[in-house]
Design a protein around this ligand. Structure first.
Ligand SMILES: [Zn+2]
Ligand SMILES: [Zn+2]
Length: 233
C-alpha cells in the first residue's frame, strides 16, 4: 500500500513531541533542530567534548586513569530532546523511538563498529529487568546490529550483583558502585575478541568501565563503547 494512503489514516507523528512529522519514526524539524550532536574536538579515549583543539587529544581524567575500554563514542549530548526520548523508552515503554535511536547511534559509531566481533548491551539486573519488562539497551543493540551487520549477543555480560541507583553519586562513588558488578558468562569465550558495549547514555563512564574490565579480564582483545548520548560536562 502506498505510504500516502496509510498516512491519511495514521498520520506520521514526531517521536518526541507528537506533532505531525514528515514520515513515521522520525523527529519533526523543530525537535531535530534542538538536538545537540557531539562534534570535534573530543577526547580520543572517552569521547568527552573538549573545549578546544590543541590538547594532546586526551582529557585529564583519561590521562590520569586510562579506562579499560579503548575508546567511547556517542551521537548526542544528553539533555533536551535526547533526554526526553531516552526516558520515554526507559520508563514509558515507547519502543517506537528505537529505530531512530539505532540509526543515529550507528552513524556516530562507524569507527567503533568497524571490525567488531559482537555488540553487547549493558545488562540489567534480573530483578530490574522484571520491573522494567525488557532491557531497552538490548532493543537498541538489536537495531544497531541490523544496520551494521555486527551480531549482537545479550548473554555475554551479566550482572553479578545489583548496583545502587547512581543518580546522586559522585564520580568516585559511581566507580566504586560498579566495581565487580559485572561478569562474563562462563558459557562464552571472549578471548581475542573485539567487542562494542552499547548503552543509551554514558554519564561518568563507570558502568562502561565495569563491563570493559570484566571483558578484558576474561581475555577480550579490545572493548569499545558506543552510546546514543553522553553527558558532556
Ligand atoms: Zn517534535
Ligand atoms: Zn577522556
Amino acid at each position: 500500500m502506498p505510504n500516502r494512503i496509510l498516512d491519511a489514516f495514521f498520520p506520521p507523528l514526531c517521536i518526541a513531541c507528537g506533532v505531525r512529522a514528515e514520515s513515521a519514526g522520525m523527529l519533526c524539524p523543530d525537535c531535530f533542530s534542538r538536538l545537540k550532536f557531539v562534534s570535534a574536538p573530543v577526547c580520543r579515549i572517552c569521547g568527552r567534548p573538549l573545549p578546544a583543539e590543541g590538547f594532546a587529544g586526551v582529557c585529564g581524567e583519561c590521562s590520569a586513569r586510562p579506562p579499560s575500554f579503548s575508546f567511547a563514542r556517542a551521537a548526542l549530548r544528553y539533555g533536551g530532546v535526547a533526554k526526553d526520548l531516552i526516558l520515554a523508552l526507559k520508563y514509558g515503554d515507547k519502543t517506537d523511538v528505537v529505530p531512530w535511536m539505532a540509526r543515529i547511534t550507528a552513524n556516530a559509531g562507524k569507527e567503533a563498529l568497524a571490525g567488531a566481533d559482537a555488540l553487547l548491551p549493558v545488562p540489567l539486573h534480573p530483578l530490574r529487568l522484571i520491573s522494567r519488562k525488557y532491557n531497552q539497551e538490548a532493543l537498541l543493540t538489536e537495531g544497531i546490529a541490523a544496520l551494521s551487520g555486527v551480531p549482537s549477543d545479550p548473554f555475554v555480560l551479566k550482572r553479578l550483583r545489583s548496583t545502587a541507583k547512581q543518580g546522586h553519586f559522585s564520580r568516585r562513588e559511581r566507580f566504586a558502585n560498579v566495581k565487580g558488578a559485572f561478569g562474563v558468562s562462563e558459557k562464552k569465550d571472549v578471548k581475542g575478541g573485539i567487542f562494542v558495549l552499547i548503552d543509551d547514555v554514558m554519564t561518568s563512564g563507570a558502568t562502561a568501565e565495569g563491563c570493559a574490565a570484566a571483558l578484558r579480564n576474561a581475555g577480550a582483545k579490545e572493548v569499545r563503547v558506543l552510546t546514543l548520548a553522553r553527558v558532556a560536562d
